[in-house]
Design a protein around this ligand. Structure first.
Ligand SMILES: Nc1nc2c(ncn2[C@@H]2O[C@H](COP(=O)(O)OP(=O)(O)OP(=O)(O)O)[C@@H](O)[C@H]2O)c(=O)[nH]1
Ligand SMILES: [Mg+2]
Length: 340
């Protein structure tokens, strides 16, 4: 990471880190390229930014018509309250879990390397959905070259292991290493959980380093019913990921995932209403803790955000119909009436 970058560049980089939607990320990358000081010390970073602009533009353009490059898309556009990718060794039961949790028809096979492409699916929780993306396995022998791109939009990772398989003691460190080689780091730090390791990214850090909050999913608990097995494994592995024990076969533990994600990602649901009309109470917008009335307006429409004057709010932290400004923080369950 070069020193002496301009405040303008820093701002663009900061915006890139926060951006979620692919189009927004592309705009931020372009802004980074525009503002980066052009000298020897930034050559490498400039090249990296250009590669990413090219990749993202191609992703957004979709498969080319009539060209040779038509083929399946490896990147899943984020939808719902958050996107979580299923990563793990072959045969751990990622697709079985995905199928049960989201109702997808992700291929399940009694042999390794069944899944070849990313498969999206939606996990319902309360009145929202989390997007789960099933992925091919990662092992010492093989990792799909595009897998790292598929992780770029993820808000977190479910690291799925077969808790009854002693091989997971070798598989997990191998997976972590393979991802680190590609600049992706699975971390135990989730915004809504107390964590021993604080992970404030420093200013000089590589903007393309991916830190993915991770939960260890110990699957196949039906084959190894010892409730302490995961803790023993984590102890042996020297890891501190939060963990959930499940069985895709019996369905045990599956219910825990939605509430875990809701808490760990600090999801905030906000309902909106149009002045003079009843509340649109069945479909909330989702934000994260720290989100404001202005962020809600942005989710409604860019023009609404630009013209927002104030809002009236109903919810736990305000009195009914309280008038608030655009910077007012929202909390879960709030009802917001936007005034332009
Ligand atoms: N007993 C038991 N078997 C399971 C469970 N989950 C999955 N399986 C079995 O494990 C095998 C592998 O399941 P998959 O879901 O295809 O595993 P995967 O992790 O997606 O495998 P790859 O796509 O090859 O990486 C299948 O035979 C499943 O029926 C479980 O909770 N308990
Ligand atoms: Mg699979």
């Amino acid at each position: 990471m070069p020193t002496n970058v301009t405040p303008e560049y820093k701002k663009a980089e900061e915006a890139y880190r926060k951006a979620r939607a692919p189009k927004e990320r592309l705009d931020c990358l372009r802004e980074m390229l525009r503002t980066i000081p052009k000298h020897k010390g930034t050559d490498h970073l400039q090249a990296d930014i250009k590669t990413r602009i090219k990749q993202l533009s191609e992703e957004l353009a979709g498969p080319r018509k009539g060209g040779r490059r038509t083929g399946p898309s490896y990147v899943v556009r984020p939808e719902g309250a958050a996107q979580l990718c299923l990563v793990g060794p072959p045969n751990a039961g990622k697709s079985s879990l995905h199928a049960r949790l989201t109702g997808s028809r992700s291929d399940v096979g009694p042999y390794p390397y069944t899944t070849h492409l990313p498969v999206p699916g939606m996990l319902p929780y309360k009145d929202i959905h989390f997007q789960l993306v099933d992925l091919p396995p990662v092992s010492g022998d093989f990792m799909e070259p595009w897998l790292i791109n598929a992780l770029q939009h993820a808000d977190g990772v479910l690291l799925v292991i077969d808790v009854s398989d002693p091989d997971c003691l070798e598989q997990v460190p191998t997976i972590l290493e393979r991802l680190v080689e590609k600049n992706a780091f699975l971390t135990p730090a989730w915004p809504g959980l107390q964590s021993a390791e604080s992970q404030e990214p420093s200013e000089t850090e590589d903007p393309f380093r991916l830190d993915l909050p991770t939960v260890l999913v110990a699957n196949k608990s039906d084959l190894d019913p010892d409730p302490e097995e995961v803790e023993i494994l984590e102890e042996l592995l020297g890891l501190r990921f939060p963990s959930l024990t499940m069985s895709a076969t019996t369905g045990d533990g599956l219910d825990e995932l939605g509430s875990f994600l809701f808490r760990a990602l600090e999801i905030v649901r906000v309902y909106t209403k149009t002045p003079g009309k009843p509340a649109d109470s069945d479909k909330p917008f989702t934000l994260r803790r720290g989100g404001t009335v202005l962020d809600v307006a942005r989710l409604v429409h860019k023009d609404v955000a630009e013209n927002l004057r104030f809002a009236r709010m109903w919810g736990a932290e305000v009195f009914d119909g309280q008038q608030v400004g655009p910077d007012h923080l929202v909390s879960d369950g709030d009802l917001v009436e936007l005034h332009l």
